[in-house]
Design a protein around this ligand. Structure first.
Ligand code: NDP
Length: 254
């Protein structure tokens, strides 16, 4: 299972963690199809950065909350694979796209809940299901959870509930797809400095110092703390790693 000639699809690869995952996968020798929801220019800049390293890459638009669009999206992926790679399959699917939406339990509206559900659970479930015919045997799936499934921070009831469901889902994927040699794992980042956490960092100026004080390694997480973990999970060295939750938080709230 060499990384050469492998292809990964990374959702939400235009910014933040997904961008870092795309760059680190490319650095490990894997070509990347990344998706964006609205930030096409950022996504194309990531494609150019990858191409400068000699790997192939492409960016496609996808709203992962809209299951009705997935068939058309996957047809576009198929055509792209055929035209650009002369292949009909991908090797890895990285379900990273997500939104930050405060959801304190007592105030969560049905709309807030549905929005988080559609992006963080339903979309991941059905994109993975519909992508199965495109996913090569002996490939892999990496889902993205959060440290908030192990520890609790008030305000994230609905968000963390969806991520907890993704952790169960990942185990079932590993069990049901193992016969095809497909591994499924998940990365659970601690709080990381991306656009996702910008509002919280701005609203609470002491947040960074507080989190650093509650983190064994004594600092706030950066996107580059995460992408390499995903690249490892998509590497031959992770061939026996399956159904695992790998928390990358520097040891938050131990
Ligand atoms: P960012 O806000 O920095 O980036 C979000 C990415 O997801 C962008 O590429 C965005 O596309 C895309 N996206 C957002 N909504 C949709 C949608 N409906 N359909 C498709 N794509 C969408 O977030 P992060 O990089 O920080 O977060 C990435 C993942 O990591 C998420 O699943 C998040 O829950 C998880 N996570 C983040 C942590 C953190 O502290 N940052 C901690 C733990 C988990 P576009 O650029 O086009 O808007």
């Amino acid at each position: 299972m060499a990384t050469e000639n492998k292809i990964a699809v990374v959702t939400g690869g235009s910014r933040g963690l997904g961008k870092n995952m795309a760059l680190r996968l490319a650095a490990s020798g894997i070509d990347v199809i990344l998706t964006y929801r609205s930030k096409q220019e950022e996504a194309e800049a990531v494609v150019r950065e990858i191409e400068q390293t000699g790997r192939k890459a492409a960016a496609l638009q996808l709203d992962t909350s809209l299951v009705s669009t997935f068939d058309a999206f996957l047809e576009t992926v198929s055509s792209l694979l055929n035209e650009k790679w002369g292949r009909s399959t991908i090797d890895f699917l990285v379900n990273n796209a997500g939104i930050d939406a405060a959801s304190p339990f007592a105030q969560t509206t049905e709309e807030d809940f549905d929005n988080l559900f559609n992006i963080h659970l339903k979309g991941v479930y059905f994109l993975t299901q519909k992508a199965l015919p495109l996913l090569a045997d002996n490939g892999g799936i990496v889902n993205v959870s959060t440290g908030l499934t192990r520890f609790t921070t008030p305000g994230y009831a609905a968000y963390a509930t969806m991520k907890g469901a993704i952790e169960v889902f990942t185990k079932y994927l590993a069990k049901e797809l193992g016969a095809r040699g497909i591994r499924a794992n998940l990365v659970a980042p601690g709080i990381i400095e991306t656009d996702f956490t910008k509002a919280a960092r701005e609203a609470h100026p002491g947040l960074e110092a507080y989190i650093s004080s509650q983190t064994a390694l004594g600092r706030f997480g950066q996107p580059d703390d995460i992408g390499g973990v995903v690249a490892f999970l998509c590497s031959p060295d992770a061939r026996w790693v399956n159904a695992q939750r790998i928390e990358a938080s520097g040891g938050m709230f131990l």
